[in-house]
Design a protein around this ligand. Structure first.
Ligand code: ADP
Ligand code: MG
Length: 621
């Protein structure tokens, strides 16, 4: 029996699209397989649904699956499915006109935006036609699930026409045979195709079989664990999937598994990795989440689903509201993406907040790895401040040095009458605890947060208030005056008399000279002999620190030295001024160095050694 093939013209838009695809320079041509598998998976879904309502289906017992084989010599790939199949009319409608695949908008977008086709092909895929990036001829043989339908063969070489003729396929479904074009022979390899399946279609819910006979195996993992209910998935499975996703060898620190229907449909499985750096072999070095729609991978690294400061989060997002074909509803996709972003951001923030409350040990690990990201978020994204602030943790003067507290903890434990949140910037917790600025806070048992991290200073430029309480640097804090004066008088019973103190100040001035902006009496010191403060009206300590980090030649502005006239060392100096200027000057130099050190401003502490030795020698005399 001879069958005559009928020839048809592609619609003009498709000719145009094919022309682009055939000559495409797009480098990730492998996505053609993702598109074909996605179509096969759709067809299987549809026949499955059909069988729920209609028992009169061809081959009702056929396994729902996809088979892939390769002829390495002939350079052909064959993809077969037992899906719903197509009738002659459906083939013409689906593969000959610009039916649903959104190719029209793809072309419109190309025209108006002048963007390179290769830049957007991969983004959303262009459906079935993407096969012409790798094929010099494509044959589709299909038999519909309708028992009375005839099998049909559709053949095209990607030019203006295609042919249709009757075929003799007896079982249900579609078989696509691709004759690879000369520059696409690399795809005539089962190994290569298997890897592409793992990368793009691993979680398609039907088996994708590769190989023949005894060697036949499913190349995909099939279960999309993010689509399962959290009660069905145990920690081990979560960890296994994380490791497969990232090739990390260590378990994740935490996972967030969510299923939401409104305002946007989404199932997502997100992970906080155990470390900031990720494993050396990590697959996912780049930030971004894997975006799926109906089990089809849309984008491998989607960075617009979370704010930049959450870029350490890995995982999978699956939303049926994302349309698969290129810019079919580009506008709608953007709206869906921004809804997804807001939802996912809230969930990640909430999960971290809960971890802080319910599992402080785990949160401590999180904080030691990822605190810079949270602080960066506060410094760079004003809209995120209020949601990120509860995640912050700091050492505090009234707690153990290695303990970290939240701002909420701080506020709840503020002494009666305290309104502001006090903080001290220093290079380390030890330096902070011994800072002369702490004197009056220690004396009155007022807690002070220690900001000892580089990022803190950046953060403090935008972060000035928490829960209605102003953040206040201790250096410039105004405490309740009356209470303070009483405390000062109490602490400094034996103040130097005015005339002696004036002599001390004069000596300090002549020794330190240009190195300080001014010298004056300290009002706020208890246990420290001196301290350095910024001159009135100077730029804040925060800005200064940032400049010191960013500007190579930045010179810290001169400080005002404050002297505690009740301190024994200062009184010693007063005594020495009557007998031994040399010794007095050594002490003055050393006090100044100590003050610089306390502020983290000393350029070279080792320079102090000869003087310290001299002072030690004098002790014995
Ligand atoms: P989309 O999948 O977005 O609809 P495609 O260009 O990928 O666009 O496919 C066009 C249409 O061709 C599909 O909607 C479907 O009706 C039909 N089709 C493609 N592949 C198959 C298949 N394997 N089995 C049944 N129908 C298919
Ligand atoms: Mg498709």
């Amino acid at each position: 029996m001879t069958k005559t093939a009928e020839s048809f013209q592609f619609k003009a838009e498709i000719q145009q699209l094919l022309n682009i695809l055939v000559h495409s320079l797009y480098t990730d041509k492998e996505i053609f397989l993702r598109e074909l598998i996605s179509n096969a998976s759709d067809a299987l879904n549809r026949v499955q649904f059909e069988m729920l309502t209609n028992r009169d289906v061809l081959d009702p017992d056929a396994e729902l699956a996809i088979w892939l084989s390769v002829d390495e010599d002939a350079k052909t790939i064959t993809l077969r499915d037992t899906g719903i199949g197509m009738t002659r009319e459906e083939l013409i409608e689906n593969l000959g006109t610009i039916a649903k695949s959104g190719a029209k908008e793809f072309l419109a977008k190309l025209k108006e935006s002048k963007e390179q086709a290769s830049n957007i092909i991969g983004q959303f895929g262009v459906g079935f036609y993407s096969v012409f990036m790798v094929a010099k001829e494509v044959e589709v043989v299909s038999r519909s699930f309708r028992k009375d339908a005839e099998a049909v063969r559709w053949v095209s070489d990607g030019s203006e026409t295609y042919t249709i003729e009757t075929a003799d396929k007896t079982d249900r479904g579609t078989t696509i045979t691709i004759k690879l074009s000369d520059d696409a022979h690399e795809f005539a390899s089962l190994y290569r195709l298997e890897n592409i399946i793992k990368k793009h279609s691993d979680f398609v819910t039907y088996p994708i079989y590769v190989g023949e006979g005894d060697d036949q195996r499913a190349a995909n993992q099939q279960t999309a664990i993010w689509r399962q209910s959290p009660s069905e998935v145990d920690d081990e499975k979560y960890a296994e999937f994380y490791k497969q996703l990232t090739l990390d060898f260590t378990d994740p620190l935490a996972h967030i598994h969510l299923a939401v229907d409104a305002p946007v449909q989404v199932k997502a499985l997100l992970y906080i990795p155990p470390t900031r750096e990720g494993s050396m072999f990590s697959l996912r070095k780049d930030p971004g989440l894997k975006l799926y729609s109906r089990n089809v991978l849309i984008e491998e690294y989607t960075t617009d689903l979370l704010p930049n400061h959450f870029r350490f989060v890995h995982g999978v997002v699956d939303s049926e509201d994302i349309s698969l074909s290129v810019s079919r509803e580009a506008m709608q996709n953007t709206r869906v993406i921004s809804k997804l972003k807001s939802l996912l951001t809230k969930r990640v923030t909430r999960a971290l907040e809960d971890m802080g409350k319910n599992d402080p040990e785990k949160y401590k690990k999180f904080w030691s790895e990822f605190s810079p990201f949270i602080k960066e978020g506060i410094a760079t994204d004003p809209t995120a401040i209020s949601s990120l602030a509860p995640l912050l943790r700091f050492p505090c003067s009234t707690h153990e040095p290695d303990e970290l507290i939240s701002l909420k903890d701080y506020v709840e434990n503020m002494p009666e009458g305290q309104e502001e949140i006090y903080y001290l910037i220093a290079d380390s917790v030890a330096a902070a605890a011994n800072s002369p600025h702490m004197d009056r806070f220690k004396a009155r048992n007022i807690p002070v947060l220690f900001m000892v991290d580089t990022m803190d200073t950046f953060m403090l430029t935008t972060f000035r208030e928490f829960d209605g309480h102003k953040l206040q640097n201790v250096e410039t804090a105004q405490l309740d005056e009356a209470a303070e004066d009483a405390a000062t008088d109490e602490a400094a019973k034996e103040k130097l008399p005015d005339d002696q103190f004036a002599e001390v100040v004069a000596r300090f001035k002549s020794v330190l000279d240009e190195r300080v902006e001014d010298i004056r009496e300290a009002k706020h010191l208890r246990n420290s002999p001196v301290r350095l403060v910024a001159p009135d009206g100077a730029e804040g300590q925060e800005m200064e620190r940032i400049r010191r980090m960013l500007e190579k030649d930045y010179e810290v502005p001169k400080r005002v030295l404050e002297i505690n006239r009740g301190h024994p060392i200062v009184q010693n100096i007063a005594g020495l001024l009557k007998s031994d200027f040399g010794k007095a000057d050594l002490l003055i130099e050393q006090l100044f160095d100590n003050a610089l050190l306390a502020e983290g401003l000393h350029p070279n502490p080792a320079e102090m050694l000869p003087r310290i030795q001299k002072l030690m020698e004098m002790l014995g005399k």
